[in-house]
Design a protein around this ligand. Sequence first.
Ligand code: ADP
Ligand SMILES: O=P(O)(O)O[C@H]1O[C@H](CO)[C@@H](O[C@H]2O[C@H](CO)[C@@H](O)[C@H](O)[C@H]2O)[C@H](O)[C@H]1O
Length: 446
Amino acid sequence: MTEAHDLVDKVVAELPAWLPEQRWFGGKDRPITSVRPLRTTVLRDGAPVLVHLVVEVEQGDRREPYQLLVADQPDNHDATGDPELTGLLLDLIAEGREVGGLVFAHEPGVEIQAGLRGRRITSEQSNTSLVFGSQYILKLFRKLTFGENPDLVLQRALHEVGCEHIAQPLGSITGELDGRGTTVGMLQQFLPDAVDGWAMATTSVRDLMTERDLHADEVGGDFAGEAQRLGQAVATVHADLERALGAEHADADDIERSVQAMVTRLDDVVARVPELEPYVPALREAFEQARDTPGAVAIQHIHGDLHLGQVLRTVHGWLLIDFEGEPGAPIDERTALRSPLRDVAGMLRSFDYAAHQLLVGRPEDHQLAVRALEWSRRNRAAFTQGYAESASQTVGDPRERGYLLRAFELDKAVYEVAYEHANRPEWLTVPLSSIARITGEGAVQS
Ligand SMILES: Nc1ncnc2c1ncn2[C@@H]1O[C@H](COP(=O)(O)OP(=O)(O)O)[C@@H](O)[C@H]1O
Ligand SMILES: O=P(O)(O)O[C@H]1O[C@H](CO)[C@@H](O[C@H]2O[C@H](CO)[C@@H](O)[C@H](O)[C@H]2O)[C@H](O)[C@H]1O
């Protein structure tokens, strides 16, 4: 035990320098003022010692809990890269064990094969995911949200109503934090042959760009059929979420709150990214016009951060993953009932991204810019068509909610301006040029 405590002390002392170098650390914008352990569970007390650790990271007035898996190993304490040690997590889930208040559980009726090693995936993003054999994927949430994680709650609810467009949830790891059972891990069925939508879409754009004389519908890699099927899948997931958890109609107060939230986000982002300044009047006007949307607006649980990187094409069709919502948004906002058109808008933005990111850093090429716009328009239209074909009666055809859809798309683009500014400054022109196009406020060089 003293060995475990010494290890925790050593690791915690190193965290202020180590955390900002991690892809999944969401607080790279401010210096760390202190780190303290919140919860320590010794999972293995022999060489090497394995400890599950939750720490509170303080950055001025911001305090956030992060999850770590640490081992007593010479050069690297982060045990998520050790296949033998992470294998223990799956074994504990298979056995349905509880260790020091940390509950490892499999979903009712599910049997998990133990004895597999956990391979960390290289494309790790906001969290860390481990693949076991070709069957399972375990996501370890890095920044924790007190209580049950919406990723697990929504996918469980979808599975219960038989949704065909998600990977089956198979298990979870839960620990008490702040007096609440908090999800720290989620086990799901792994789809070894899946290709993500971003890879497929950007391949299609590249095909079009190399064929200078042909149009999008004439080249081999046309994506419009897939985009339409993706629209159907997203609408079906929304209808399934409505069946599982219900839907309501937004009243005037809900719409007003939503408009105010978009304006507040705009003010906040423009204060950090002055390049957004010229578009502020047009953006405000677009957000305020959302009030004029005719007819009732449905609100329900939604995905919340839908883009082409969050959808997987399998031999059986499209799947949606990662129902956690925008990683930077507060949990109350992420779990609130919202218009499904926000997800539609997120995906429309993503088609625009896929088309225009290939122009980043290239000298101006009018022909390529025209091609990018052509690809984007064709696939956005196909996606919306597919969505309208499968939309529930409550949600209806997105094309009949033009003001709202436009406002949501611009709101997402404002979020992306902040995201690119903080993460990939060279891509800032992608959302900025979309804002210029949609608001008709002049062009931005890609
Ligand atoms: N069920 C699955 N089958 C196959 N690959 C998956 C599955 N779930 C996730 N992935 C892969 O893992 C990556 C990260 O998963 P995601 O849930 O988006 O994690 P994060 O919250 O870290 O962004 C995805 O981009 C995808 O490539
Ligand atoms: O996948 P995450 O939940 O970590 O989402 C964040 O990162 C995304 C980038 O990886 C970012 O998405 C933006 O870039 C994508 C291309 O890389 C594009 O398809 C999306 O449309 C665009 O929004 C996402 O916004 C952010 O929350």
